[in-house]
Ligand binder design. Sequence first.
Ligand code: FCB
Length: 588
Amino acid sequence: MSTETSHGEPLAFPPGFLWGAATAAYQIEGAADADGKGPSVWDTFSHTPGKVRGGDTGDIACDSYRRYREDADLLSSLGLSAYRFSISWPRVFPDGTGQLNQAGLDYYRALADALAERGIAATATLFHWDLPQALQDRGGWVARDTALRFADYAAAVGAALGDRVARWITLNEPLVVANNGYRTGVHAPGLRDMDAAAAVTHHLLLGHGLAAAALRAVLPSPADVGITLNLTPVRVPADANGSGEALERARLVTDACLNGVFLDPVLSGRYPEHALPALLPPDRLIENGDMETIAAPLDFLGVNYYQPVHLRPGDPDNLRRDEEAPLSGLGGVVQYRPDGMAQTAMDWLVDPEGLYELLLRLSKDAPGLPLYVTENGCAAEDYVNPDGAVNDLERVRFLHLHLDAAARAIRDGANLSGYFVWSLLDNFEWAWGYQKRFGIVFVDFGTQRRIPKASSAFLADVARANAVPPLPASWPRLGLAPELVERAGDFGGEPGIPGGRPRDVAVRVPGQAAVQAFHLVQPPDQVRARAARAAGQVRERGRLTGGADEHLVLADHAAGPGAALARLGIPLPRATAVTRHLVPPVRG
Ligand code: FCB
């Protein structure tokens, strides 16, 4: 394993490497019931009080259903060669099956045409979590029949768009559907049922296999069909103080539960031996031929990478700070968050070596199988500065580190063919609603204005050069003004990050403190004025949206909030203090 960074010289990607951005239908389209679309489980879930932060829904989201040309222009202006979007199943089959809704299909045809006109290759995901509610009412993925209906839907979409879509992804992150949707209930459809989740696991995999076959039957050849899995390296400390064996066992079990449950069936037609039995489907659900269907050769594997999991010896019944009970259910071991590692606004660890290791491992386990990073990115506390720019330096750093890791992995033998950043746009981040911004393009949800962030310019530069610039000799600690200033200056040589100014400073305050800081620095009448304006924007649009509830508010540090910030323990020697304010939801 190489852990060296690439100081000194740019690292090149292979010729023809695909540079893209990813989105998903429910997260960006809005137009929840336009042109005959049926409801999905996410429509139902987000409209159920208490399920999504702030009561946010995808009713309007980024309005990309209407603004897809503008979004295609954005991709094109960044020089990206590919776009990964998902198709909303209930837009095409409002009841999940039966009567096809031509208008829904036409939308995706128009989107694919808009991409083709701009020379952008379409990568379409068939299922990014928005199951038609009508199918949920018949059991959802607990029912084997849903896998068969998925294949019908795949065949219809493949026949209609086969000439326009370069790559097909059957499922996005089936583990998250089984786990969050049916086991923990934090995602739609919100069930908490271990047995249901185990059945869902098998039926999703079967759906993948059947849909892949259905696509191949209708697509012009060569057609690339794959699946996207979220994969998670599992780390244990090298020096385990005598618990080496228990830890290694926990590592194997955790790896099987997080990665093997979906990876092993698609790569080798069997469920992993180390996985917890409770996560696996009972034999009676596995019919003859299922595993062969699931394991039909893939044209590529899509990899979504965000962070690894760390295990260490500990007591799951007596957890310490930053510890969680291990997924493996094994005693003597806990999951933990190592001290001193950078974290994103989701509190996810920043660990680019995880991507490096994952890509090499996959290339070893599945030699010759092309890999795409179909998602990688981070949430950050983005804001529009007084000059109208969004200098998301944390995201630039994140992307730089991960692209460097990807380039090193290729150099060391990984079979990586492309990279899609998550995400093109700030969007509806599932149970987090609009509070978490992952875009390389900022979206002002009150006006739908798109503002490309500094990270989009960084990605565009990397794509254009087909190479990642050398990492700086040392990273400044993020979050403090002087270091950010240095970073803005030294990045990529002159002229540095476009629009970067020494006084751009994001104040990241853990938890509620950010809101507190806002109240302290912002005169109450200004708060009210902005809230009223936000409310007005929502009403003018004639619709209610959670998206407009969130407003970024700027406060000028020079106006005197220094003492207040100091009271909160935020060292901010100069410049502009920025924080987020959540305007109470507007009703009626
Ligand atoms: C992944 C999802 C994607 C997005 C990112 C942050 O799990 O596939 O839709 O929410 O996480």
